[in-house]
Ligand binder design. Structure first.
Ligand code: HEM
Ligand code: MN
Length: 303
């Protein structure tokens, strides 16, 4: 039932269909790593992910070069070592451990809620900082007011809106701005979901909003909407340039509240300290998110 646009075989010779995660599969706060696991480009259970397998999957299926994810991968291993108390070597033990709050995972995500520790939240109010949250993602999309494409300036407005809403909804003392990580994630969105059919794609990429929405909402690649991996592949220079260009773009309105310095230039990528966190937070325990195409097209996990 899941048709793959045959055009994509030119770009991707090894397309594997999406399959929904089952209750025992591990998923995390990263929409792309979840997506790769859902397609089976990474182990479908989201566990024991080899560094090189991840690099190859990104290069072959997503058009992201290894240089773009060296820092992210190093941070993932640091998190893995910290949380398992073992030397993970080159193997990321599972995707859920990436959800440790105020580390790599951060507040004001485009599509996830902020963490709330157990001593603040009641069990039914234990905020989920891992699974896709449609209503939070909608607050990102709302900023675009229905436009088909998102440029750097609009993205800057989107991430400021997320910061303001998050700071507004937080509880005293929790909110932390994480510009250095989010600007990179924003760059990734331009890297993979930029509309290559537009004439100025290379010099001035714009995100095709329906591709972005499909990707986040389903945690699947939007092949059936005519998407294929970008060419040329995106390297770290693309990401650094996208990050700084979007943060430098003029802001058209100023949401509030914002921390001082929220509007302003890019920050250099950060490597996590080995002692990732001083508090041992409980990780979110909810079952993995299953997107609507799984239900609509009967693409359930079945085991
Ligand atoms: C978010 C890890 C590669 C796209 C995240 C988050 C983590 C993470 C921990 C959660 C941050 C938050 O709180 O929002 C990683 C690791 C990677 C990797 C370890 C590789 C080693 C990628 C790639 C892409 C990507 C290649 C896209 C091409 C995103 C986006 C978000 C995100 C767009 C933000 C989601 C949101 O704000 O709702 N990633 N990631 N990531 N990641 Fe990844
Ligand atoms: Mn987050």
């Amino acid at each position: 039932p899941f048709t793959i646009n045959p055009y994509n075989s030119i770009w991707d010779h090894n397309v594997r269909p999406y399959k929904a995660p089952g209750p025992n599969d591990s998923r995390g706060p990263c929409p792309m790593l979840n997506t790769l696991a859902n397609h089976g480009y990474l182990p479908h259970d989201g566990r024991n992910i080899e560094r090189q397998v991840l690099f190859d999957a990104l290069s072959e299926h997503v058009g992201i070069e290894q240089s773009s994810v060296e820092t992210a991968m190093a941070n993932a291993i640091i998190l893995c070592n910290f949380q398992t108390g073992q030397d993970c070597g080159t193997t990321l033990k599972n995707l859920t451990l990436l959800a440790l709050p105020h580390a790599f995972e951060h507040d004001h995500s485009f599509s996830r809620g902020d963490y709330k520790p157990a001593w603040i939240a009641s069990p039914e109010d234990f905020d989920d900082n891992k699974n896709f949250n449609a209503s939070i993602f909608q607050t990102s999309l709302d900023v675009l007011e229905g436009s088909s494409h998102m440029n750097y300036q609009q993205m800057n407005q989107v991430r400021l809106q997320r910061e303001a809403l998050s700071k507004q909804d937080t509880y005293p003392g929790w909110f932390e701005e994480s510009k250095a990580i989010q600007e990179f994630e924003a760059g990734f969105i331009f890297g993979v979901m930029g509309d290559f059919n537009l004439p100025n794609y290379i010099s001035n990429p714009q995100v095709k909003v329906e591709w972005w929405k499909y990707w986040f909402t389903n945690e699947a690649l939007p092949y059936e909407l005519g998407w294929h991996r970008p060419e040329p592949k995106k390297d770290v220079n693309f990401l650094l340039s996208a990050s700084s260009r979007l943060l430098a773009a003029r802001v058209t309105s100023t949401p509030s509240p914002l921390v001082s310095g929220a509007i302003g230039p890019a920050v250099a990528p950060v490597t996590l300290p080995a002692q990732v966190n001083t508090i041992t937070y409980q990780l979110p325990t909810g079952t993995p998110y299953v997107g609507p195409i799984a239900t609509e097209k009967g693409l359930g996990h079945n085991n």
